[in-house]
Design a protein around this ligand. Structure first.
Ligand code: AHG
Ligand code: MN
Ligand code: MN
Length: 335
């Protein structure tokens, strides 16, 4: 039984038996993410003091400027995951293609695939606003002992065995699921230990917060425009409140606690929206569903999308169930 204030280490051990696969490897994988999160947290927390803010001078495959902390977090997570003999492949927002890991174990029994957004919301680093890390875990589909292929990474979100995020906010939290609900752990920085502070997190079924970059309003599909107008109309508990941090992790975290909807729809500028299916939308969708919320591309369930590319983008709507369903209603009405 999980208890409030138990450490993440204790929680992982006690809950190992409830994992779908109980060999202990998934526990070790979560443990390595816990370690990398602490290392990255330490660096993020010093961001104003040392020379780690600003761009690294490179762009990633998606043409976005890489920030120094993007590169730092990417290196730390990859290094930490490589160091344990559990993961056979990693894909990251900051890497052009996937990385195949040669196990030190000669039988090469590593089964797990990890996809990460090492630093989410990186435009917020320089201004001391919350950022995060997102991760998604699958079992490989190709035979154990052979090099991983793209097929191991292009799995539907519904095949995830674990997913989670770290939010480097006013406090640092690690929130994750292995398919048995969502639990949140807060880091006590004085002793470097995560404690279970938010057991069994759930989205309220309804909410009064909508989160969207309204600067893109004129480019949105008519259904989204109509829904935003509905949010702003006076009736019942409306108008809703608008809150947009610009870090998916932070916006999601707030909405899960308070009740709300997050939207990054497609627009006339970007036909598939901005967020990446494999390491942003799917892990957040898995968490949302495990927390009694919902994630959709406006019409269909995110976790049912058959991926075709590593860095594929999709429209992303996520949050309190009734709010997401209302948005889908508006989308259908103008189809
Ligand atoms: P990343 O920093 O990993 O590239 O992700 C940024 C994402 C997401 O976190 C956020 O919700 C969204 O981009 C903000 O985009 P806009 O600035 O276009 O609103
Ligand atoms: Mn991101
Ligand atoms: Mn990122």
């Amino acid at each position: 039984m999980s208890r409030k204030n138990q450490t993440l280490g204790e929680f992982i051990i006690e809950n190992q038996a409830s994992f779908k696969y109980t060999s202990g490897e998934l526990s070790r994988l979560i443990n390595s993410i816990r370690l990398a999160a602490k290392v990255v947290n330490h660096e993020v927390n010093k961001a104003g003091l040392v020379d780690i803010i600003g761009t690294a001078g490179d762009t990633n495959i998606q043409g976005e400027d890489q920030q120094k902390l993007d590169v730092y977090a990417n290196d730390k997570f990859i290094q930490t995951l490589k160091n344990r003999n559990i993961v056979c492949g990693i894909a990251s927002e900051e890497e052009d293609t996937f990385i195949s890991i040669n196990s030190r174990d000669e039988n090469n029994q590593n089964k797990y695939i990890v996809l990460i957004d090492p630093l989410d919301g990186s435009s917020n680093i320089d201004v001391n606003v919350s950022v995060g890390t997102i991760f998604s875990v699958y079992r490989r589909v190709t035979p154990v002992g052979t090099p991983v292929t793209i097929d191991d990474f292009l799995q539907k979100g519904s095949q995830q065995v674990a997913a989670g995020y770290v939010v480097y906010g006013t406090s640092t939290m690690l929130v994750y699921t292995t398919g048995d609900g969502v639990n949140g752990f807060t880091l006590n920085p004085a002793i470097g230990t995560f404690y279970l502070s938010h057991p069994r997190m759930e989205f309220p079924v309804d909410g009064t917060i909508y989160s969207v970059n309204e600067g893109n309003y004129i480019h949105f599909p008519q259904g989204v425009k109509n829904y935003i107008k509905y949010c702003q109309m006076e009736e019942g508990d409306r108008p809703y409140t608008s809150r947009y941090i610009g870090s998916l992790v932070s916006d999601f975290h707030r909405n899960m606690i308070k009740g709300g909807i997050y939207m990054y729809p497609k627009s006339s500028k970007s036909s598939n929206g901005k967020l990446r299916l494999l390491y942003e939308c799917n892990p957040m969708a898995f968490l949302a569903e495990q927390a009694n919320g919902k994630a959709s591309d406006g019409f269909n369930r995110i976790m049912d999308i058959d991926p075709t590319e590593l860095h594929q983008r999709v429209p992303f709507i996520c949050g309190s169930k009734n709010m997401v369903e209302k948005l889908e209603e508006f989308m259908r009405d103008v189809k």
